[in-house]
Design a protein around this ligand. Sequence first.
Ligand code: CA
Ligand code: CA
Length: 228
Amino acid sequence: MPTQTSKPAMMKPLRALFFLAALVPFAGTPLIARADAPPPATYGTNLVVNGDAETDVGAPDNDHIVKPTGWATTGQFTAVQYGASGGFPDKSSAGPDNRGLNLFEGGNVPKSTAQQTIALGALSADIDAGTVSYNFSAWIGGWENQGDYAVVSVQFRNTSGATLATSTLGPVTPAQRPGTSLVQRSHSGAVPKGTRSAVVSIVITRLVGTYNDGSVDNIALVLNKKGT
Ligand SMILES: [Ca+2]
Ligand SMILES: [Ca+2]
């Protein structure tokens, strides 16, 4: 009977074979990558991927960092559990009714960011006709009376990547929220003609202490066709 310590060594060649065998059928088949891409943009639904921080198991405390699915991050941008150890908003803090289990926080660095790009090519005919509107919203807050803050923005960009318009939510100052909490901010407008993508960004900035306590949850970008 093999001992526990010999087990990994014996498994290695087998694992390598399985790995190679799994790779071979997918070589050079772009359809596989396409299957992972989000569906084309549609009206009346939130287009932000994992805007509610619920896709992953959030960090259980202020030391752990969980990079959230769907976002390109810098610093220690993290999904954290409500009520996590170390001082965070919890399930009874002022905030969204549908807060789920997690929110976004900034980790133990002065600045953390997250970004994702939403393709809007599927709606280009309506956009170029000037008939598409947007509503952009997020819950934004912080911890106690510390000034650490979060800003959430969306840039509408054309086919060259040039920004045609920007909508910015936050920051929410300690005076604008009831202690450790999140409050909703939203902005509506017209999607500029020529828009082909929407780039959603979160920037969380620390002013006080070790932890970067700017807080964000439930980011939503919803497009609608005017008159419908
Ligand atoms: Ca959430
Ligand atoms: Ca802090």
